[in-house]
Design a protein around this ligand. Structure first.
Ligand SMILES: [Zn+2]
Length: 184
């Protein structure tokens, strides 16, 4: 009985076509790629978590699907000060962040960005930062990050101010970046 029902489902073209809209609704947020204007705009502060609750949920889902470590709202076309990061298996969202302290030591790592598919380059940043931000629980919190964590936070916070990881690159590396995007 069960078997007959399954075969009927698979063989029916009409059933598949009627399912298609569901797949579209479930698809992840579209990631804006360079040189989309939204990536250069300073994002607006959010008034509270409620305002961006759905956005946070969708951004976390998107980050999980693309297997990234960080995603800022402007990258999905929303000019608001929200970003999500992956830590281990968990995803966290922060809003209205401010870097309140930077250590003197720097760290250089190879960075990539979801808005620059297939382009990686060395970027030098502060090795340790203290950040004040609004958490998903609606609390203003002070966080300290070091190493890769500090790099990810600085990269994502830059996005909220229209700054991109290619901004400090010299002419040749920038040309290489443009070429790699053209070949994409
Ligand atoms: Zn990025």
């Amino acid at each position: 009985m069960e078997k007959t029902k399954n075969r009927g489902f698979l063989e029916s073209k009409a059933t598949f076509e009627s399912l298609r809209p569901c797949f579209l609704v479930m698809s992840k947020l579209q990631i804006k790629t360079y040189p989309d204007n939204v990536l250069r705009k300073k994002a607006d502060e959010v008034d509270g978590v409620e305002e961006v609750e759905d956005l946070i949920k969708e951004m976390k889902e998107t980050l999980r699907e693309v297997e990234g470590v960080g995603l800022a709202a402007p990258q999905v076309g929303v000019s608001k000060q929200v970003f999500v990061v992956k830590d281990g298996h968990d995803y966290f969202a922060f809003m209205n962040p401010e870097i309140v302290e930077r250590g003197e030591e720097t760290i250089t790592t190879k960075e990539g960005c979801l808005s620059f598919p297939d382009f990686w380059t060395d970027v030098e940043r502060s090795k340790r930062v203290k950040i004040e931000a609004l958490t998903e629980n609606g609390e203003r919190m002070l966080l300290e990050a070091e190493g890769i964590g500090a790099v990810v936070f600085q990269h994502e916070i830059d996005h909220l101010f229209g700054k991109l990881f290619i901004d400090e690159l010299g002419f040749l590396k920038r040309a290489k970046m443009k070429l790699s995007l053209l070949l994409k």
